[in-house]
Ligand binder design. Structure first.
Ligand SMILES: C[S@@+](CC[C@H](N)C(=O)[O-])C[C@H]1O[C@@H](n2cnc3c(N)ncnc32)[C@H](O)[C@@H]1O
Length: 216
């Protein structure tokens, strides 16, 4: 018989880097510094987050997901590598975004291969919607970035439409379209699989603009 799996409840009790929370933490005290906050939504098995945290020790990384197997694996790897600059939040970003962060608190947001829900009747379950893009824009700091990647052409077209329509977001591609590649970021697990399979990947990057109305 294999070793019994540790439950997330046990991780929550024993591991201060894992947060199953319903109120906003003080991120500065969490990390013990004021380094920029970078959020990955839907980290899966956590490869991208681990590589980013190792590569950028002067940034603080927060990952959010509800995939139990991925969370267990990520917590084990964070401990093994002794990475001090990652916190893992359990949950659905749609309900947690407004709880966890104050406006303009995030320096960068990464959304790598969000579930594409390819069946037509399921596309309404997709994460990226105009209201979500607007909520996200409020949480990103001025000149902060949002980086997205997907292999789904129909989802990519929706992302492009919704983000390009958001007044607070500036598409960083010269032609307001997709970027051909992304050389400065590690490859996520899904990304490596799609590249190996020869699939096209759609990359997008947006800069947070100042609002015309200075209140936001
Ligand atoms: C297709 S996987 C991609 C994993 C990883 N980003 C990668 O590129 O290898 C999508 C991940 O997003 C997570 N996810 C989906 N919807 C989410 C939501 N609303 N909030 C947080 N995580 C979510 C899923 O549990 C899953 O781990």
């Amino acid at each position: 018989m294999g070793k019994p799996l540790i439950s997330l409840a046990q991780i929550a009790e024993e591991d201060p880097y894992y947060l199953d929370i319903d109120e906003k933490p003080d991120w500065q005290s969490q990390f013990g510094n004021t380094h920029p906050l970078k959020l990955e939504i839907g980290f899966g098995m956590g490869n991208f987050l681990i590589e980013m945290a190792a590569k950028e020790p002067t940034s603080n990384f927060i990952g959010i997901d509800f995939y139990h197997k991925g969370i267990r694996k990520l917590m084990t790897r964070i401990k093994k590598l002794q990475l001090e600059n990652i916190r893992v939040v359990y949950g659905d970003i749609r309900s947690k975004l407004s709880v966890l962060f104050q406006d303009r608190e995030l320096n960068t947001v990464y959304i790598n291969f969000p579930d594409p829900w390819p069946k037509k009747r399921h596309t309404k379950r997709r994460l990226i919607k105009p209201e979500f893009v607007n909520q996200l824009a409020q949480k990103v700091s001025l000149e902060g970035r949002t980086c997205l990647a997907t292999d789904s052409e129909s989802y990519a077209m929706e992302m492009l439409e919704y983000f390009n329509a958001e007044a607070l977001m500036q598409n960083l591609d010269d032609k307001q379209g997709f970027l051909e590649e992304r050389i400065d970021l590690p490859k996520s697990k899904y990304e490596k699989n799609f590249i190996n399979a020869g699939d096209k990947i759609f990359y997008l990057e947006y800069l947070r603009l100042a609002a015309v109305n200075p209140v936001t």
